[in-house]
Design a protein around this ligand. Structure first.
Ligand code: FEO
Length: 407
């Protein structure tokens, strides 16, 4: 666990976590940070908490003492969000102190009651404040569904620090640099990629609410954005707002100037057409990514599809339906409400078709509103005329994706 001073009277305690599945689902190949914040006036508040993740409460207490905070002196636990990566430490904390007050929204209070059985709670609404003394005043601003219905921003007026919780977060472990203005260009690129993965894996379902939260954050005069995961933004806080705004467009069909081939092949017949598709994409100078299902991690698959301006779905019929790993991937993309993509499918069949019918069902069931180029199906191995149709489909896709590119 690291402790970093971020302003007078405000410290961050941050720890890197890896070798776990985020939310029990998402592989975090590059880890993630969990950030807590201590605000010290005459009274002391801790905003979100990371205890319990390393299983050693003493780690937190030792770090607190190094900034002259004794755990028993903490008056308020501000729970911006009840998901246990932010609140899971409450049970441990109450073992050493049981007269603290939890500050949270009404929806969070209900969850805290059911998760931890706590009831000493101060429920706050939009604009409510908590004066800690010595000039430190916290104000509270609900941002529902960012990422659960319970979530809020906390703002500290003296230092103009926005504690944004999951909003403006990112996957990826932090090394020696914690602020945007310390990062190298490679680190900035790394956290943008990890930010896309985090947004697409965890947040994208709630994109309409995230848009409102972006607008709400613009109402504050901000020196520093201090999220629950990933770097802090003080050099240029508006960059992460702009990045999130762009990610919200990716959720609704826009993407970088690249195509993702989401594919699977049983015995290599669909793969022959993929080889041809790659030649066409290279000839046209289009950057592309290949995701072979089921070998790709779900986390990376979602992120790669999310950030692409167009998709090629290359998968055969399997037992009268779409090749199951590709069907499962598309269903997951649909559950994440990634809408409006332009896409083109081709694939082989043996004794009957059926893949196309299931693809249509997946798109319809999840209300994906994808703009599909007419599919190409071929019996067995693709013939010359089939490859020509695949090429024509790709050229049409390239034409359509031009309107979708947002870098
Ligand atoms: Fe960082 Fe929704 O938890």
């Amino acid at each position: 666990m690291k402790k970093i001073k971020i302003a007078d009277g405000i410290h961050m305690l941050s720890m890197n976590v890896e070798d776990m599945l985020f939310e029990g689902i998402w592989e975090i190949a590059n880890g993630v940070t969990l950030n807590s914040y201590i605000v010290q006036g005459e009274k002391t508040a801790i905003i979100d908490g990371v205890i319990g993740w390393d299983g050693i409460p003493e780690t937190l207490y030792k770090n607190l003492e190094e900034i002259n905070v004794h755990p028993e002196d903490i008056d308020y636990l501000v729970v911006n969000h009840t998901e246990p990566d932010h609140s899971g430490w409450i049970s441990n904390f109450e073992k050493i102190k049981d007269d603290f007050t939890i500050v949270c929204t009404e929806k969070a209070a209900k969850l805290i009651g059911s998760f931890y059985g706590k009831d000493k709670i101060k429920i706050v609404k939009e604009g409510d404040t908590l004066d800690l003394g010595n000039g430190k005043v916290l104000s509270f601003h609900p941002v529902p569904n960012v990422h659960w219905p319970d979530t809020m921003y906390t703002f500290e007026k003296d230092t103009k620090t926005l504690f944004s919780c999951d909003m403006y977060g990112s996957f990826g472990k932090m090394g020696e640099h914690h602020f945007d203005d310390e990062m190298t260009p490679d680190e900035i690129d790394f956290f943008e990629r990890e930010g896309i993965r985090y947004y697409s894996n965890v947040m994208t379902t709630f994109t309409p609410m995230l848009r409102k939260a972006i607008q709400k954050s613009k109402e504050f005069e901000i020196n520093t954005i201090a999220p629950g995961h990933g770097p802090l933004y003080r050099g240029n806080p508006s960059k992460i707002m702009d990045d999130y705004s762009r990610f919200s467009q990716y959720a609704e069909g826009a993407g970088k100037n690249e195509i993702t081939i989401l594919w699977g092949s049983m015995y290599g017949m669909t793969a022959k057409a993929i080889a041809h598709a790659e030649e066409v994409l290279k000839r046209e100078g289009i950057k592309y990514n290949k995701l072979e299902m089921p070998l790709e991690s779900e986390s990376q698959m979602i992120a790669t599809v999310f950030k692409s301006a167009a998709l090629i779905i290359a998968a055969p019929t399997y037992e009268y339906k779409l090749f199951p790993p590709v069907a499962a991937a598309l269903d997951e993309i649909g559950r994440k409400k990634i809408t409006g993509k332009v896409a083109f499918r081709f694939g082989s069949f043996g004794w009957s078709g059926g893949a196309e019918k299931e693809l249509a069902e997946i798109l319809e069931r999840n209300k994906m509103k994808w703009d599909m180029v007419e599919s190409v199906e071929f019996e067995g191995s693709p013939k010359e005329e089939d490859l020509k149709k695949v090429e024509a489909g790709i050229m049409e896709l390239i034409g359509k994706m031009k309107d979708k590119i947002v870098e």
